[in-house]
Design a protein around this ligand. Structure first.
Ligand code: HDE
Length: 704
């Protein structure tokens, strides 16, 4: 098993060495067993007791060791991100799979096989840093590529469209979804009046809310999400010619989500479910991977599409412009320090490299101001680029100087400007005309027109693609969307808001709108007046459904294996072997965390206590108690929930031959079928893992 953690060795009482200019590598001072010092490097022998006058006397202000320790502690927190505050990340590598040298001069795409260090941060949007992982929310998918020509940040989401078309509206959108300012709640939720009030007046949000109400907004984990650059960008070649490009990250693990009731329970059972999942997978050597696929097209194709490619509330269907896989991202190293790396990483949409450029998407243009600006209040200094996680891994040379927390001595000599006539050894860096591939040159575009505060006519159709999304979902997914709208709007206290949302949805699909109205007990309102005619001729795009293209593998997923004392040792081993062979993880759950004595007298270590590990934490479960053990389980609410929830969440359930009393105790005896097989042998275990590759038994009639 690979272990990506750095090992730290215990040293003698040598003093730590100073670490200087490390080229962006994260550094750790050697510390284990070292002499403890103050921040000034003064060795100290007592870090536990403050300096007092007399045995029980007052603590003295003259205790500089105490003052320094408390001073630093008092200032440990920095402002959390105004959005995307809760997140988690990991290091990895991006490998170029195909040269794109005919399309872009971007250094990393010149040669197949080029490897570029990467750091990725996934996040929820609305919740605070301490909120739970399985909020119904958009997920951030931000990738920093440390290329040889500077840092390139693709700051995307797991949903390919956005709520608004113009950056000017972003503060309103965010204020509406965040906690209501008078009461300071609800947190990490869109299910409240202000959010739905805002979007009800914002028909352009309709497309994105359909995605947000879909299972995409409750992913199984970060590893099972797609990522999207959202905006249309440009690739630029050596002649300065541009090709439009859209970025897609496709998980090799397959896309997967949980069901809503499961999400609610996971938040209680393990609020860190997503970050733990990423950590566990990487530390177990199961490195998640995403293909980077691009949609490439020119002006002619852009003009032929029924939507404006500058409108971030629209996608370009994969069926119209196919995806081309050009690289692969592998995350293979967990962080050494959450604060230094995940909290301090600063993504900026403005960070692009030669060969990449922006388009006039008005949302992107606004973002290019916001991300740099926000780092100042979050990280406190213009020198945030010197933090190891943000520092480029290529040479950096400029005359920017000073500022708070300047950590480098950038140059010697008198020169901090250009042009200058000083000799070569002190003249400093020079910016001179260079070919496109050698330095960044903004794409040369023709601009004309009057300056006006307007929205282009070409952005006016707000419903046609929302309809395409809806008709592209499987019936199961459509039902989840209806359920999610009904739940969210049920939390809205003002019935007029509910009505306005449903009025907008009538322009997407009558059936969708009437099902939601029915679920809310709301008289069906008149449809709202669309700004542009809704196109009902656009075909479905199967690529928009998660369930239409299942991964058909249980690899990377987790089996919860419930055992008791006396469980059949051969069966337990058969299950462990079959799932491990299928590259899945197995967690042994037992009434006592110490584990169980199996039928052959061997001891099986437990990973989790039954009361602390509900089945929502697993992708499938196997329940193989002994004939005696099951009697206890049949009376245990935790065991009953374990089975009942797994059943109601459509999970595959393997049942040992003696599990019947538990099955009867939860009233499922007449509901067993192929998706709840009896496991009596190692061969059964092997076919069970194959069944589990379907991930969920969606045909199961859980509500009957
Ligand atoms: Fe962001 N966004 N955003 N956003 N965004 C931030 O930058 C902003 C938008 C996204 O893991 C902030 O460093 C504006 C779209 C991600 O550190 C801030 C607008 C997309 C992350 C900001 C948008 C995103 C952020 C807060 C509309 C998907 C987390 C902290 C014009 C394509 C990055 C920070 C991380 C974070 C502004 C819209 C994705 C305030 C003004 C569209 C993944 O700068």
């Amino acid at each position: 098993m690979a272990t990506p953690r750095k090992s730290s060795t215990s040293k003698s009482d040598e003093r730590p060495e100073a670490v200087v200019g490390n080229g962006g590598e994260l550094h750790q001072l050697p510390r284990n067993g070292e002499v403890m010092t103050t921040a000034q490097g003064v060795p100290i022998s007592d870090d536990q007791n403050s300096l007092k006058a007399g045995d029980r006397g007052p603590t003295l202000l003259s205790d500089q060791v105490l003052r320094e320790k408390i001073f630093h502690f008092d200032h440990e927190r920095i402002p959390e991100r105004v959005v995307h505050a809760r997140g988690y990340g990991a290091h990895g590598t991006f490998e170029t799979l195909e040269s794109l040298s005919d399309i872009t001069v971007a250094d990393l795409f010149q040669k197949k096989g080029t490897k570029t260090p990467a750091f990725v941060r996934f996040s929820t949007v609305a919740g605070r840093a301490g909120s739970f992982d399985l909020a119904r929310d958009v997920r951030g998918f931000a990738v920093k590529l440390y290329t040889q020509q500077g840092n390139w940040d693709i700051v995307g989401n797991n949903i390919p469209v956005f709520f608004i078309q113009d950056a000017m509206k972003f503060p309103d959108l965010v204020h509406s979804v965040k906690e209501e300012p008078d009461r300071g709640f609800p947190q990490a939720q869109s299910a409240h009046d202000t959010f739905w009030d805002f979007v009800s007046f914002m028909p352009e949000s309709t497309h994105m809310t359909l995605w947000q109400m879909s299972d995409r907004a409750i992913p199984r984990s970060f590893r099972f999400m797609e990522g999207f650059g959202v905006h249309t960008f440009r690739f630029v070649d050596a002649d300065g010619k541009s090709t439009f490009v859209k970025f897609h990250w496709k998980p090799k693990q397959g896309a997967q989500s949980v069901v809503w009731n499961e999400a609610v329970k996971i938040n209680g059972a393990d609020p860190d479910f997503h970050r733990r999942d990423l950590w566990d997978a990487i530390t177990a050597g199961d490195f998640p991977q995403w293909d980077l696929a691009v949609q490439l097209f020119d002006d002619e194709v852009a003009d032929s599409l029924p939507f404006d490619v500058l409108d971030p509330t629209k996608i370009i269907p994969e069926e119209d412009v196919p995806l081309r896989v050009i690289g692969r991202l592998t995350l293979d190293r967990v962080v050494d320090n959450e604060f230094a790396e995940i909290e301090q990483v600063a993504f900026c949409t403005q960070n692009i490299v030669p060969g990449v450029d922006f388009t006039n998407d008005p949302l992107l243009q606004g973002r290019n101001f916001s991300y740099l600006d926000t780092q100042l209040s979050r990280l406190g200094s213009t020198n945030f680029t010197k933090l190891p996680i943000n520092a480029p891994k290529c040479p950096v040379a400029h005359f920017q100087r000073d500022g708070h927390m300047q950590t480098e001595v950038p140059q010697t000599g008198p020169v901090a400007y250009e042009p200058n006539g000083y000799p070569d050894d002190v003249t400093g860096p020079r910016a001179e005309p260079r070919p496109q591939e050698a330095s960044f040159r903004s794409f040369e575009a023709q601009v004309e027109g009057e300056t006006r505060r307007i929205r282009p006519e070409s952005f006016a159709d707000h419903y046609s693609q929302a309809r395409v999304y809806w008709i592209s979902q499987t019936p199961v997914e459509q039902q989840h969307i209806v359920d999610a709208y009904t739940f969210e709007l049920s939390k809205v206290k003002n019935p007029q808001i509910r009505s306005r949302v449903v009025a907008n949805l009538r322009n997407v699909d009558e059936d969708l709108a009437s099902q939601i109205a029915d679920g809310l007990g709301l008289p069906l309102p008149e449809a709202s007046e669309p700004f542009a005619p809704v196109r009902t001729d656009l075909p479905a795009s199967p690529a928009l459904s998660i369930l239409a293209d299942p991964p058909n593998t249980f690899a990377g997923r987790k089996l919860g294996l419930l055992v008791t004392d006396g469980s059949d040792a051969k069966l337990v081993k058969g299950l462990q072997d079959a799932f491990t062979k299928a590259k899945a993880m197995v967690t042994v759950v037992a009434p006592k965390v110490g584990g169980a004595e199996l039928s052959d007298g061997s001891h099986l270590e437990g990973d989790e206590l039954l009361k602390g590990a509900p089945s929502v934490l697993f992708d499938a479960v196997a329940i193989v108690p002994s004939a005696e053990g099951v009697q206890q389980l049949a009376k245990d609410p935790a065991a009953k929930d374990f089975l009942n929830d797994a059943f109601n969440h459509y999970k595959f359930i393997g049942l040992g031959p003696d599990a019947t009393p538990l099955v009867e105790a939860v009233g499922l005896a007449d509901k067993l079928d192929d998706t709840t097989p009896t496991i009596s042998s190692a061969a059964d275990a092997t076919s069970f893992v194959q069944e589990c590759a379907q991930l969920r038994a969606w045909e199961r009639p859980v509500s009957e």
